[in-house]
Design a protein around this ligand. Structure first.
Ligand code: PGA
Length: 248
């Protein structure tokens, strides 16, 4: 099953988020995606209400981050069991914006994967090289190391998703070319098979970074691209649904 993820980031008041979710839900009811799972990750403030809008559709609810600990004295944090309690099935972990602005390390992210999976959430682990690392020819080494260090040794492969998101492609309108994406995904797949054997094939590999309805077909047709993580284009119901239909 392919997976298309809408990452709303820190966007939307209640009215905007509900209107967007309703528009996406209408598309899902009109054209149910047979072979594609569609996941919506609103900001934490909206998860409960968006969950109510998505109820009764095939759309799935997720979150953009979770705490390392399941509960306790961690002011401002939201835990994996709290997200599961709201109906989330997935959580995005280690997005480059969290690595950059919140100092999240691979080790922190690996701990979050453990807590997420322990509470029934599939983990979407984000990795990706910077522009300088790509220029220097280090992209494959960087993403392999990030993947190795951001995933715990004990992990449930079907409950793990890896999103390759080059930092320089996020929100920039620039993407790697098809060969570059395919090369990274092939490298990641080989690493996953090295770790998990045949079960490594069950880990879904997404591409993210400036995915639009215009470039979705080219990207989603590449071998070993099992879906996309969509930021900006997920904030417009029509654009987002056009990407879902390409995947489907
Ligand atoms: P973008 O964001 O689609 O706006 O580039 C993708 C992401 O950060 O997940």
């Amino acid at each position: 099953m392919r997976l298309i993820v809408g990452n709303w980031k820190m966007n939307g008041m209640r009215a905007d988020g509900i209107a967007l979710a309703r528009a996406i839900a209408r598309s899902a009811l009109r054209h149910p995606p047979a072979s594609t799972e569609v996941l919506i990750c609103p900001p934490a403030t909206l998860i409960g209400e968006i969950g109510a809008v998505l109820a009764g559709t095939s759309l799935v609810l997720g979150a953009q981050d979770c705490a390392v600990e399941p509960k306790g004295a961690f002011t401002g944090d939201v835990s994996a069991p709290m997200l599961a309690d709201l109906g989330c099935r997935y959580v995005i972990l280690g997005h480059s914006e969290r690595r950059q602005h919140h100092g999240e390390t691979n080790a922190t992210i690996a701990r979050k994967v453990v807590v997420a999976q322990a509470h029934g959430l599939a983990a979407i682990v984000c990795i990706g090289e910077s522009a300088l690392e790509r220029e220097r020819g280090e992209a494959l080494a960087v993403v392999t190391q990030q993947l190795a260090e951001s995933t715990p040794s004990i992990v449930d492969p079907p409950q793990l998703v890896v999103a390759y998101e080059p930092v320089w492609a996020i929100g920039s309108g620039r993407t790697p070319n098809g060969m570059e994406i395919a090369e990274v995904h092939d490298t990641l797949r080989r690493h996953l098979r090295g770790c998990f054997g045949d079960a490594g094939r069950q880990v879904r590999l997404l591409y993210g970074g400036s995915v639009t309805s215009k470039n979705a077909a080219e990207i989603l047709n590449l071998s070993d691209v099992d879906g996309a993580l969509v930021g900006g284009a997920s904030l417009k119901a029509d654009d987002f649904w056009a990407i879902v239909q390409v995947a489907n």
